[in-house]
Ligand binder design. Structure first.
Ligand code: ADP
Length: 541
């Protein structure tokens, strides 16, 4: 999604571009730690459109930051340039944030390096206390954080509330887990020796996160990293930096020391320079990334130069298989969380819905009925279930997938195109007679489109499901225990959901196989990603 949009139009500002709301080169704001809130700018930004401030309901407006956070200071870009952040529901610009580059990223890394000795020297219990306070602060400000998230990302407010709770749960859970980051004592084969294993922090780490879960993808990385005693420089997605900065503000309030957690903001055009610094700077010892497979591969290649650890959560192409003996109501309900949630913009969205022929007519009827009842609206509207897509590029991708499927013979059972609300809103769509070779079966659609592929046998379903370079998540529905084991074991995916569409929890290992990634986030498996194992032997005893 490498575009900067302004008021609904794609624009590609150069590095010297300033949309008129942020500091300009030479202004008094440059490189000065700032305590301003966005309030005045919001008034300015919305006035010409005469549209109401979508963030007017915030109780604590200091959560709305318009500066990056380096070494405990709120800073503008060195050259004072900014980039616009839009509300995808209206296309209205809601903020202007600093366009940082390599130099500022380098300073953030230095700050993280300076903070490392003090943070890692704290006891796990002390770090856990800070992280618990941080999680509590997120919960206390859940309404404000949810509003910021919905306004910059577009998802329904109920989903944002759930995301904020999910995001806070990582801080709480990994803080607790830090206390159980045990080492080992291994029986020695050599007399007079002891063999000890220590778990130590990796050091300075970097995180790069996407726009679809602007809060949870951040804490899912920084929580295990910080809990284990690392420090972090984070680059949030250009579409959703406000959530990252609000989390940062709460980190500061919770007592996270300066330099332990830093946020570097930038436009899409700045991502390569920021990423290059993060992946080439020898101080950085690990990079955690969630995003496209293409960028993940690039980062991995770059990290090879200095042999950094990587944890990569990349694209998916989730199969969702319904066998003849399935509970069809449960299967339709499950699509609520793994097809319609976030307007289908999640990496674990059901992307290929495989339905056995014996139930396809009944399943289609129930799904169509359900889809027609979904409320499409701006995320802050009461009862909204499907919000806008994130940007024009995302919208165009979904409409291309739709056109390709329809050209190829798929039939529209409901929906099928733009919603009457216009802008970035799409109708929830159900397509039948989809085939495995259509573009929507081969690539992540990332939209509210359910394409149904018929199948006859279990072998055929497994073959289609595994016929992809991706392997993040797979779902299937059956009441038969033997089928459950056989299919569960045969599916090539890091996550498998049986009779459910909901798999996300902080206690379970989230991650993919094949080109869907490396490493796991969440659970005790994840904290292992963020530590080094040191073999320490004592001789001459
Ligand atoms: P999406 O298509 O979902 O936006 P991307 O992989 O493009 O996924 O973006 C995910 C994150 O990676 C965002 O924060 C984005 O700015 C960042 N990103 C994109 N390109 C690069 C790059 N060359 N180096 C570092 N980060 C990048």
């Amino acid at each position: 999604m490498n575009r900067v949009r302004m008021c609904g139009h794609l624009v590609a500002p150069g590095r010297g571009y300033s949309p008129g709301l942020g500091p300009t080169p030479g202004s008094s704001l440059i490189s000065r730690p700032e305590e301003r809130s966005l309030e005045s700018r919001l008034v300015a930004s919305t006035a010409p459109h005469a549209s109401p401030d979508p963030l007017a309901g915030l109780e604590d407006r200091r959560l709305l930051r318009d500066l990056a956070y380096l070494g405990g200071a709120w800073v503008a870009a060195d050259d004072g340039t900014t980039f616009p952040v839009d509300d995808p529901s209206s296309g209205t610009q809601i903020a202007a944030l600093p366009r940082l580059g390599a130099a500022e990223t380098r300073r953030a890394i230095e700050a993280a390096g300076d903070a490392l000795p003090g943070w890692r020297a704290m006891t796990a219990k002390q770090r856990a206390r800070v992280m618990r306070d941080w999680a509590d602060a997120m919960r206390e400000h859940s309404e404000d954080l949810s509003l910021i998230l919905t306004v910059e990302q577009g998802k329904p407010i109920a989903e944002s509330r759930a995301e904020i709770e999910y995001a806070a749960s990582f801080l709480e859970w990994f803080g607790e887990e830090a206390k159980r980051l045990y080492g080992d004592v291994i029986p020695t084969p050599i007399p007079g020796r002891r063999v000890v294993v220590l778990k130590e922090p990796v050091g300075v780490t970097a995180g790069i996160t996407p726009w679809n879960f602007p809060s949870a993808m951040i804490t899912r990385k920084c929580a295990p990293a910080l809990a284990a005693g690392n420090t972090m420089v984070l680059k949030p997605a250009e579409q959703t930096p406000l959530s990252a900065l609000a989390i940062c503000e709460l980190a500061e309030r919770a007592g996270v020391p300066p330099g332990v957690f830093n946020v570097v903001t930038g436009a899409a055009e700045d991502a390569p320079a920021i990423g290059e610094e993060m992946t080439s700077n020898p101080t950085v010892r690990m990079v955690g990334f969630t995003g496209s497979t293409e960028v993940g591969k690039l980062l991995m290649r770059r990290c090879a130069e200095t042999v950094k650890k990587v944890s990569l959560e990349l694209g998916g192409n989730a199969p969702f298989i319904i066998f003849d003996d399935a509970d069809l109501d449960a299967a339709v309900d499950a699509l609520e969380s793994c097809k319609w949630r976030n307007a289908g913009q999640t990496c674990i969205s059901a992307n290929r819905i495989l339905v056995q022929r014996g139930v396809i007519d009944e399943f289609t009827a129930r799904l169509v009925d359900h889809a027609r009842g979904l409320k499409v609206a701006g995320g802050t509207v009461d009862g909204a279930q499907i919000g806008p897509l994130i940007d024009q590029q995302g919208f165009d991708k979904v409409t291309k997938h739709l056109a390709d499927a329809i050209d190829g013979g798929a039939k529209v059972a409901t929906g099928g195109g733009p919603h009457e609300l216009g802008g970035l809103f799409l109708q929830p769509t159900v397509l039948t007679d989809v085939t495995p070779d259509m573009v929507m079966s081969c690539e992540e659609t990332f939209g509210p489109v359910a394409g149904l592929i018929p199948f006859d046998t279990e072998e055929e379903a497994i073959r289609i499901a595994n016929d992809t370079p991706f392997g993040l998540c797979a779902y299937f529905f059956t009441r038969d225990m033997a089928t459950a084991w056989r299919v569960g074991e045969a599916l090539e995916a890091g996550i498998v959901g049986l009779n459910t569409g909901f798999v996300s929890t902080e206690v379970a290992p989230f991650g993919g196989v094949k080109e869907s990634g490396l490493g796991r986030e969440g659970s005790y498996y994840a904290i292992e990603e963020w530590v080094e194992t040191k073999y320490f032997t004592f001789a001459g005893l």
